[in-house]
Design a protein around this ligand. Structure first.
Ligand SMILES: Cc1cc2nc3c(=O)[nH]c(=O)nc-3n(C[C@H](O)[C@H](O)[C@H](O)COP(=O)(O)OP(=O)(O)OC[C@H]3O[C@@H](n4cnc5c(N)ncnc54)[C@H](O)[C@@H]3O)c2cc1C
Ligand SMILES: Cc1cc2nc3c(=O)[nH]c(=O)nc-3n(C[C@H](O)[C@H](O)[C@H](O)COP(=O)(O)O)c2cc1C
Length: 605
């Protein structure tokens, strides 16, 4: 195939097969797998249009040991595993079967050539455990990897790309022969084509119409500010109607919510591309030469059956607020006609230009739409199907479910609206939280689905300590309300002021009155001249509570939920301090063992 994606003949000896196998919970690993496939596909053999790699992308649930041995043990075949982490350092559900097989006693050697890429978050104790385990196990089974496992970290300034980009470069250097390159002057491949309604009806009719069984469009029935109107933070208690719904969840699970674009962004986009507003509906189809590309099923649930209009795509699908990476600039470069602009993009695309790119995009959190507006003369030259390459699909955001499963008529979430000012003094609005608070109207239907959270419930008889400052209290409200008569329950909550952001204060105080809960609220800014007091300070004040629990035969479960950063670390130190006071000598080893056995669980974001 040539660089624009049309077919050409390849020979077995000069090309390589590449399997990219992903394991995901919320779709990031799938996106990364597709990105790798696209990059691999761009390598062509010198003086020909032949693509060096024949990429294939599969979910790890479609792969068995037998499949790997039968198809991928070859000197010209490679496998890249992209596996995310969920729960407390756990494999995503779609990888569990393969992992079980790989760990079996009688599993044969699997002498594939491979690389393992982990997606994780270093604020979690079990950082990228699945990828590390997978890498080690495959090596034990005679698989060969020239590299250490690649650890992508949500906490990196550039997100997963921070570790992924240099790692992929090393992979290509090791695996791609010298006579194969990515032609810097070629136009990157476009995964999707747009077929007008007048195109071959066969082609249109043959488009699959998949359904997404977990996603539902539910009506917003409550959008109430729960912080004082004078408080800087706007936090909303949001509820969706769930009558006659198939959404199923347990306390501790999350609701994934699809936002739409802000009206001003939609308007800016159509000012840039006025001709698209009135274009007739079209079919979005994946390029048949790229076997790994498909249209995410969620799109059909969010937009209805094809054909789609640009209005729909622009409102619901393209994420204007995403921060562009190198690939976006590679595309813009290939359509730029102004030599100075082309040179600028060239700089951003070179490894030496990454700092400049970072300063232009990530540091000020410049969005793709702003980049298109900054370079509008080039942006207008981009063909419509390349807009799907430049602007990623909208991703859902997770919110801990704050209502208990026994309340079957609705699902509630507690949403802190994200708003901040960048170092360039630009105001930024969180895509989903701001949209929910400002633009989503009561009665409007929103795409949502439930997903297993990382908090696993304790057994019926247990001491349960829940530490949830801010919105971190949301899953505990669900757990407590669902289990009012169970457990010896202790909730540590933290906020700034009793009168400003004391979420569910009345409810918890009522439970205290009914002896259903022990409640320890910390109001950091109400401490009137004293040292600011946070949840960790309250924990340290309760050595007797921990001592008594340890003397009891019931197990102790500790849950920590809320913003990543200092809080989880400070809580950990505080818990170790009270354990020490309760007579534990090696508190670090004690806590580690609690974590490993699921007695100390964290969910941070
Ligand atoms: C398991 C889980 C449970 C969650 N539960 C809740 C919950 O119950 N309630 C809740 O409110 N949220 C919760 N979240 C977070 C939520 O999913 C979203 O990340 C959050 O609402 C922001 O999304 P957004 O689309 O509004 O913002 P986005 O458009 O995604 O922007 C957020 C990004 O902006 C950047 N940013 C934010 N603030 C600043 C700043 N001050 N300076 C510089 N950059 C900044 C950060 O990079 C951040 O990732 C949870 C997340 C997870 C993973
Ligand atoms: C509920 C939850 C639990 C997580 N647990 C861990 C963890 O224990 N260790 C870790 O390194 N990352 C953890 N992460 C971070 C994810 O692995 C990371 O965000 C990844 O990019 C998600 O990829 P996915 O969308 O393909 O599932 C967790 C994320 C969530 C939402």
């Amino acid at each position: 195939m040539d660089a624009a994606g049309s077919a050409s003949v390849t020979t077995e000896s000069s090309t390589a097969d590449l399997l990219i196998a992903f394991g995901t919970t919320t779709g990031t690993a799938r996106d990364v797998a597709h990105r790798i496939a696209r990059e691999a596909y761009s390598f062509t053999i010198e003086n020909s249009y032949t693509h060096y790699f024949r990429p294939r992308v599969l979910s790890m649930k479609e792969i068995s040991v037998n499949y790997l041995i039968s198809n991928w043990v070859d000197k010209n075949a490679m496998v890249i595993f992209v596996v995310s982490t969920t729960g407390q350092g756990e494999f995503p559900d779609d990888t569990k079967e393969l992992w079980r097989e790989l760990c079996g006693k009688s599993v044969p050697a699997v002498p594939i050539r491979f690389a393992a890429i982990g997606l994780g978050d270093s604020s979690y104790e079990m950082y990228n455990y699945p990828a590390k385990k997978l890498h080690n196990r495959l090596k034990q089974l005679s698989a060969i990897s020239p590299f250490a496992v690649c650890l992508c970290d949500d906490q990196h300034d550039c997100g997963y790309a921070g570790a992924l980009n240099p790692y992929l470069e090393r992979c290509w250097r090791a695996w791609v022969p010298e006579n194969c390159t990515i032609n810097p002057d070629s136009v990157p491949v476009a995964r999707y084509n747009l077929l007008s309604l007048t195109a071959s009806t066969d082609e249109c009719n043959n488009q699959p119409r998949p359904t997404c069984d977990k996603l539902e469009r539910r009506m917003l029935i409550r959008n109430e500010r729960v912080t004082n109107s004078e408080h800087f933070q706007d936090t909303r208690l949001i509820a969706f109607d769930t009558t006659n719904s198939n959404l199923i969840f347990q306390a501790g699970d999350v609701l994934q919510v699809f936002a739409e674009n802000f009206p001003d962004n939609i308007q800016n986009f159509f000012e840039l591309y006025p001709q698209l507003r009135d274009q007739p509906p079209f079919y979005l189809v994946s390029d048949p030469n790229m076997r790994w590309v498909s249209i995410p099923v969620e799109l059909y649930e969010l937009c209805g059956p094809q054909p789609w209009t640009w209005e729909t795509i622009v409102t619901k699908i393209l994420d204007f607020q995403s921060i562009p990476g190198v690939y976006a600039f590679q595309i813009l470069r290939s359509f730029a006609t102004d030599p100075l602009i082309k040179e600028k993009f060239d700089e951003y695309c070179r490894p030496e230009g990454l700092d400049d790119l970072y300063n232009y995009t990530n540091r000020p959190r410049r969005t793709i739409l702003e980049v298109l507006l900054d370079f509008r003369n080039t942006a207008v030259l981009v063909p419509p199907n390349y807009l799907f390459e430049l602007i990623p699909f909208m991703r859902p955001r997770a919110f801990s479910i704050a209502s208990p499963p026994c309340e079957t008529q609705h699902i509630e979430i507690l949403v802190a609206v994200v708003e901040y000012t960048t170092n360039l003094k630009t105001r930024r609005r969180g895509t989903c939280s701001h949209w929910l608070a400002e633009y989503c109207q009561i009665g409007q239907k929103v795409g949502v689905f439930c997903e297993k959270g990382s908090l696993r419930p304790p057994p019926n008889d247990a001491h349960v300590i829940m530490i949830g400052p801010g919105t971190g209290v949301a899953p505990f409200r669900s757990m407590i309300k669902q289990n009012l008569d169970k457990w010896d329950k202790h909730l540590f909550f933290g906020c700034r002021n009793k009168d400003m952001d004391f979420y569910f204060g009345h409810e918890f105080n009522e439970m205290v009155d009914k002896r259903q809960l022990s409640f320890y609220p910390a109001f950091s800014r109400d401490s009137a001249g004293r040292k600011l007091e946070y949840v960790q300070d309250l924990i340290v004040k309760e050595p007797n509570l921990f001592r008594n629990m340890m003397a009891s035969p019931l197990p102790i479960y500790i849950y920590v939920c809320g913003r990543a950063g200092e809080m989880p670390k400070d809580v950990r130190i505080a818990v170790k301090t009270v354990f020490e006071k309760a007579g534990i000598c090696d508190t670090e080893a004690f806590l580690k063992s609690m974590i490993q056995r699921g007695y100390y669980q964290t969910e941070t974001y």
